[in-house]
Design a binder for this molecule. Structure first.
Ligand SMILES: CC(C)(COP(=O)(O)OP(=O)(O)OC[C@H]1O[C@@H](n2cnc3c(N)ncnc32)[C@H](O)[C@@H]1OP(=O)(O)O)[C@@H](O)C(=O)NCCC(=O)NCCS
Length: 208
């Protein structure tokens, strides 16, 4: 297993705009902070990644096929925490500073100025309280306004209407349907691809 403390992250100029490692995005009910060794060491994190209710809509077949090991999770997180084209953040409930999930701007393309958004509210007791909505809103604002990205994308399984609802509420537009692309158990479902330009996100913000 890699020892995170031994690694000096090498940030490029562009990726410095991400604001790591100090970035804190604070809203009314959630706070987003850089995912750290403390989050990785929190036993809840691995529990979420072993909870079928949580992972069944993540579209990560390897996680569903068998319980993912701590070593695999550590390697994955370590990669995200040190890469210059991913911003991996922990979602905290602001009322008690509890770690409730993770959010990521992944595959950041510094040439095309695009990124893909993914989220997991791992604490099921937190579902339905608006945490994902505010977390995605905070991250998108940061990416459009500060990091100066041009376009954000996201994908969701069609069996995850809550996720699609949240993205559409924030101004994302359904751009494509990959027919029966995703597997869930012994069945298949459509994969919904969504996208959002800065002006679409801001426009919706003004209406709400
Ligand atoms: C999907 C997920 C991110 C939603 O998080 P959340 O914090 O519960 O989301 P919010 O409370 O901000 O918003 C959920 C919205 O979906 C709506 N919703 C819930 N169930 C719904 C359904 N069956 N159909 C349509 N909308 C639904 C809610 O009413 C709410 O919208 P509203 O605020 O306009 O009322 C969370 O359940 C999760 O992490 N699931 C497991 C991992 C996952 O699926 N991640 C996404 C991978 S793409």
């Amino acid at each position: 297993m890699n020892d995170i403390s031994l690694i000096e992250p090498t940030f490029t100029e562009a990726s410095k705009r991400l604001g790591r490692p100090q970035v804190i995005l604070s809203g009314q009910i959630v706070e987003l902070v850089c995912f750290s060794k403390q989050h990785l060491g929190n036993s809840k994190y691995l529990e979420w990644l072993h909870d079928h209710d949580v992972i069944k809509t993540l579209n990560l077949p390897a996680y569903v096929a068998r319980p993912i090991s701590l070593e695999e999770v550590t390697e994955y997180c370590w990669h995200l925490m040190n890469s210059t084209n991913n911003l991996f953040l922990a979602v905290h409930d602001k009322r008690n500073n509890q770690f409730v999930g993770t959010i990521k701007a992944g595959h950041i393309d510094w040439y095309s100025c695009t990124a893909d958004i993914g989220i997991m509210i791992g604490n099921k007791k937190s579902w339905g309280n608006g945490f994902a909505t505010e977390a995605i809103r905070l991250l998108c604002r940061h990416l459009f306004s500060h990091v100066k990205l041009r376009r954000l994308t996201a994908g969701a399984m069609s069996i995850n209407p809550a996720m699609i609802n949240v993205f559409e509420k924030l101004g994302f537009v359904k751009e494509g349907i990959f027919r029966l692309h995703d597997r869930h158990g012994e069945e298949y479902c459509d994969h919904i691809h969504l996208g959002c330009f800065a002006n679409e996100f801001e426009q919706l913000k003004k209406r709400t």
